[in-house]
Ligand binder design. Structure first.
Ligand SMILES: NC(=O)c1ccc[n+]([C@@H]2O[C@H](COP(=O)([O-])OP(=O)(O)OC[C@H]3O[C@@H](n4cnc5c(N)ncnc54)[C@H](OP(=O)(O)O)[C@@H]3O)[C@@H](O)[C@H]2O)c1
Length: 264
């Protein structure tokens, strides 16, 4: 078995897939979570109950790790992610020099969302730091698209912002890439950004909504809405896509079949 790998956010949507992938490749994952371990959590993992924002037990989590896949995020308070990442980096430096892999989002530099502005700042922080670092930008996860469509599907008609497309990716595909980065080790020199990655298909919201309605057995009229504003304009321009790096193998439709079966 190789050295230990810390997965921050190892209880989250992406982090769980990273932990599974590490276990499959016979690596030793460490999960840092704010909650206590429970019986559903994977075996073969070192569990540290701590908090990146307060600093509680972060030193224990980073002890003797070869790499850190930094998936932790607080969507509701994105400013916290800056403090959390700074704390993680400072603490990791005290104990060694693990390879820090920071998970970011395709288009953070072009799409004017507040959360993206913070993530872009964290990319700079990570790349300017003293740990060997890699930033991996990823397109939207299938899970996020499903959550959006589930919410929209509760309305009498399903609104679809005209001209917006997604290239959503399965977290298992994203996790495979992240663990490949762990295995490869930090790039020579100062490290940097890995090529962006995305799912296998670029699809309109309309297409995704039709697939969702069919899989969920729901009937709704899909209504194209011309949404104004800079944010949606940036999505319409395709800054959230990376069609040349379509590394995903699982389509949204395939993901849906599994996700909806599980939720029944
Ligand atoms: N969603 C997408 O479509 C998408 C696309 C591309 C990239 N990303 C990026 O991928 C990463 C993972 O996203 P996700 O959707 O998997 O997130 P998620 O499901 O919301 O999970 C967030 C994780 O962060 C942990 N966390 C939050 N605050 C923490 C703190 N103070 N200390 C320790 N752990 C903390 C949570 O752990 P506990 O609650 O157990 O403490 C949880 O495991 C993020 O950086 C996100 O920006 C997301």
């Amino acid at each position: 078995m190789g050295a230990a790998i810390l997965v921050t956010g190892g209880t989250g949507t992406l982090g769980r897939a990273v932990v599974r992938e590490l276990l499959e490749r016979d690596r030793r994952p460490v999960i840092l979570s704010r909650r206590e371990r429970c019986s559903d959590d994977p075996a073969g993992v070192r569990w540290v109950t701590g908090d990146l924002v307060t600093g509680e037990r972060v030193a224990d989590a980073v002890a003797d790790v070869e790499a850190i896949v930094h998936c932790a995020t607080d969507y509701r308070h994105p400013r916290n992610d800056v403090h959390a990442t700074r704390r993680l980096m400072d603490t990791a430096l005290l104990g060694g020099s693990p390879h820090l892999i920071y998970v970011s989002i395709v288009g953070v530099d072009r799409i004017p969302l507040k959360m993206y502005r913070y993530k872009r700042g964290i990319e700079d922080l990570v790349l300017a730091g003293r740990l060997p670092a890699t930033v991996q930008r990823i397109t939207q996860f299938h899970d996020l698209v499903l959550t959006i469509l589930r919410t929209a599907g509760r309305l009498p008609v399903l609104p679809s912002p005209s001209g917006v497309q997604f290239q959503s990716i399965d977290t298992a595909d994203a996790a495979r890439c992240l663990v490949d980065l762990v295995q490869a080790g930090p790039a020579e020199g100062s490290g940097g950004r890995a090529p962006d990655i995305g799912g296998p298909l670029v699809q309109t919201v309309d297409d995704l909504a039709q697939q969702y309605l069919a899989a969920a057995g729901k009937k709704r009229r899909i209504v194209d809405i011309p949404v104004p504003g800079k944010k949606v304009k940036a999505f319409r321009a395709g800054w959230n896509l990376t069609p040349d790096q379509d590394i995903g193998t699982v389509t949204f439709e395939e993901f849906l079949a599994r996700a909806i079966r599980r939720s029944r």
